[in-house]
Design a protein around this ligand. Sequence first.
Ligand SMILES: [Zn+2]
Length: 119
Amino acid sequence: MKIILRKITKTPFDFEVKSGEIIFKGYLEYHSGKLILLRAKLSGLLEKPCDICAQEYRMPVEEEVEFFLSDGIYDGFDNVDLDVVESLDGNVDMEEILASEIELIRSDYLRCNECQNSN
Ligand SMILES: [Zn+2]
C-alpha cells in the first residue's frame, strides 16, 4: 500500500496493512511544514525463537506506533518530539514501514513463558 504524502490533509487518512499475523492499523494526518503524523497500532502474533531456550515462540504484540514522516529531507525547523522518517520520493510504503517495525520488535530480547517462569 503506497501513499502519496502530499495528498494527506488534516483529515485523517486511515490505513490498514497486514504481515503474517500482525495487523498495522491507524491513520496519517498532515501536521505542518513537510511533516505528516503517523499514529497506529501494531497487534497480533509474531513468531520468534526465545533468546534463552531457542524454542519458537508466538509472541503477542500490542504496540502503539507514533512518528512523523517527512515529505523530503527534514530540515528540523519544526520542533517535534517524535522520530522523523524521511521519504525522498514523496511516497510512503506502509508494508515497508510495517516490515521495519516488525524487525524492531524481533531485535528485542525475548523470553518465552516457560523461561520467564523458571528464574
Ligand atoms: Zn524459552
